[in-house]
Design a protein around this ligand. Structure first.
Ligand SMILES: [Zn+2]
Length: 72
């Protein structure tokens, strides 16, 4: 289901100022770096974000499965 998850937002924490910026998964997939308001550049390929995305994908997958089973 491409595009469905792209609207989900996850928080990108800045190591420098501690600010958390919300970005959609679609945005993150299209960018390799994020510039915080303080000027710090944060790489978006970090495994941290991939695990965040995997977590969202997993929970949505579970939901999808339970909805399909519900209809039977
Ligand atoms: Zn910052």
């Amino acid at each position: 289901m491409p595009g469905f998850l792209d609207n989900e937002e996850i928080e990108i924490p800045c190591e420098n100022c501690g600010r958390k910026s919300k970005k959609s998964i679609g945005w993150i997939k299209g960018h390799t770096e994020f510039s915080c308001a303080c000027g710090t550049r944060i790489r978006l390929q970090a495994s941290q974000f991939e695990s965040e995305i995997a977590k969202v994908e997993r929970s949505l997958g579970d939901l999808e499965r339970s909805l399909k089973n519900f209809g039977k």
